[in-house]
Ligand binder design. Structure first.
Ligand code: MF3
Ligand code: CO
Ligand code: CO
Length: 270
């Protein structure tokens, strides 16, 4: 392993060097291309393990390494979270039904750099209630990203997301958060998707982290199933999530995981 470069802030957040953006750009693009490539396979009747098998093959074909296989005992190349599953859904033999909505989350390692992104898909036709949830969750992520610039704080990101979601009478999940990343998968800080404007650590150029809000149509509470991974809404309400990996620049941020095919949102299908 190379010695980590850059420095740590008082909060233990790594400040990366300008040259490190290139590594994140490549890892982010590989992850985003895999999410683009799986989209045509998301149809009624397909199993989530078939989607995961495809993703595993694409990770290998890209010359990348899956960050999730072997992570704390997890055995899959993706998390696939259907309907009321909030996150960390385990791919399995159950087939998708018409109208199911799902998040697919992929993290790859390319030349030691981590690219972590997730987005929503629909099997078959998207109903209006689900579409509204997906729209609000996507737009909440983009509001959070719009708050990323040196001088703002992590609380500004959380506040932008929470206020937008709650204005739409939906709820932000508190039990999971975004995270620093770079040459590690999960690093400080915890990137909360709720909070007070001006609170939390200051954003500085060279910080790399994810923003990955989970939004529920009902109440925010979650529980973990007996498999020790699958997080679901306690009230069984529908849940959605989008995730980008970003780096703070001098005047804003760079999104490392933009969709090269322009299909980050399911209604933008190519
Ligand atoms: N990719 C997830 C994240 O956004 C983490 C998945 S860990 C796993 O942080 F083990 F569940 F795959
Ligand atoms: Co993440
Ligand atoms: Co992820």
């Amino acid at each position: 392993m190379d010695e980590p470069r850059g420095r740590l802030t008082r909060d233990g957040i790594r400040i990366h060097e300008p040259a490190d953006f290139a590594g994140m750009r490549l890892a982010g693009r590989v992850a985003a291309e895999i999410l683009d490539a799986v989209a045509p396979l998301v149809v009624p009747g397909v199993t989530t393990e078939a989607l995961d098998d495809f993703i595993r093959g694409r990770v290998a074909a890209a010359g990348a390494v899956s960050a999730t296989i072997g992570y704390r005992g997890y055995r899959h190349a993706s998390c696939i979270s259907v309907n009321h599953v909030v996150c960390h859904g385990i791919p399995g033999p159950k087939a998708l039904k018409d109208g199911d909505i799902l998040n697919i989350d992929v993290t790859v390692i390319v030349d030691g750099w981590y690219g972590d992104t997730s987005r929503m898909y629909v099997a078959g036709s998207l109903n209006r209630k689900a579409e509204r949830l997906i729209d609000v969750t996507h737009d909440a992520l983009m509001r959070g990203i719009a708050a990323v610039r040196p001088g703002n704080t992590f609380g500004d990101i959380g506040h932008a997301i929470q206020s937008f979601v709650e204005d739409h009478r939906m709820s932000v999940v508190r039990d999971f958060c975004g995270h620093g990343l770079g040459r590690v998968f999960h690093a400080p800080p915890n990137v909360l998707h709720y909070g007070r404007a001006g609170s939390g650590p200051l954003l500085e150029e060279g910080m790399f982290f994810t923003i990955e809000p989970m939004v529920n149509l009902g109440r925010p509470e979650t529980k973990i199933l007996a498999d020790d991974w699958t997080a679901v809404t306690r009230d069984k309400s529908l849940s959605a999530q989008f995730e980008h990996s970003v780096g703070v620049t001098a005047d804003g941020c760079e999104i490392f995981t933009l969709s090269p095919a322009g299909r980050f949102h399911p209604t933008w299908a190519a």
